[in-house]
Ligand binder design. Structure first.
Ligand SMILES: Nc1ncnc2c1ncn2[C@@H]1O[C@H](COP(=O)(O)OP(=O)(O)OP(=O)(O)O)[C@@H](O)[C@H]1O
Ligand SMILES: [Mg+2]
Length: 145
């Protein structure tokens, strides 16, 4: 599997009022290669969020298949290797930056020493710097998050 993301006939039908079905995504085919930056554009209600939620394993496709990093979507293994920033991130607003990063680092099984090292590295990578450690999440802009 060469492509980083491959979508093959992906379809989602939601069940709506009165037991009716509504097709939100209809037989989508797509391939995204390694290193490619891909923008998924479309009108409101076109099915973009539904597509991303299927790739992330939050929504189950009605039919079709998709692979992320060579694995079928929904597999736990692939979830460890991908990340997403949603419009409404489920972060605890009262935490500060280092508390939030310790929380996620612990979920990934990193020791406290490893987390401390990684937190400084990541803050440098994203251009916030170590001084951001104590800033509250509620005070950060969307991009900084
Ligand atoms: N849980 C749900 N149950 C029923 N219908 C849904 C559900 N989620 C989304 N839909 C419908 O599926 C269609 C696609 O919605 P989706 O949120 O994927 O669109 P979108 O492209 O992300 O739109 P936007 O640009 O407004 O964010 C819409 O008609 C929406 O009403
Ligand atoms: Mg959306």
């Amino acid at each position: 599997m060469a492509s980083h993301i491959r979508i093959d006939g992906l379809t989602k039908e939601y069940r709506i009022y009165g037991g009716k079905k509504f097709k939100a995504v209809d037989s989508l085919n797509l391939e995204i290669e390694k290193g490619e930056i891909f923008g998924l554009l479309g009108p409101n209600g076109a099915g973009k969020t539904t597509t991303l939620n299927m790739l992330l394993g939050f929504v189950f496709p009605t039919s079709g298949k998709a692979w992320v990093l060579g694995q079928r979507i929904g597999k736990v293994g692939v979830k460890r290797r991908i990340s997403s920033l949603s419009e409404f991130p489920a972060t605890c607003e009262y935490l500060n930056v280092e508390e939030m990063l310790h929380f996620y680092g612990a979920l990934f099984g990193l020791s406290k020493r490893e987390r401390n090292k990684k937190i400084d590295e990541l803050l440098e990578v994203v251009g916030l710097g170590r001084e951001a450690r104590k800033r509250k999440l509620s005070d950060l802009s969307k991009g900084m998050r």
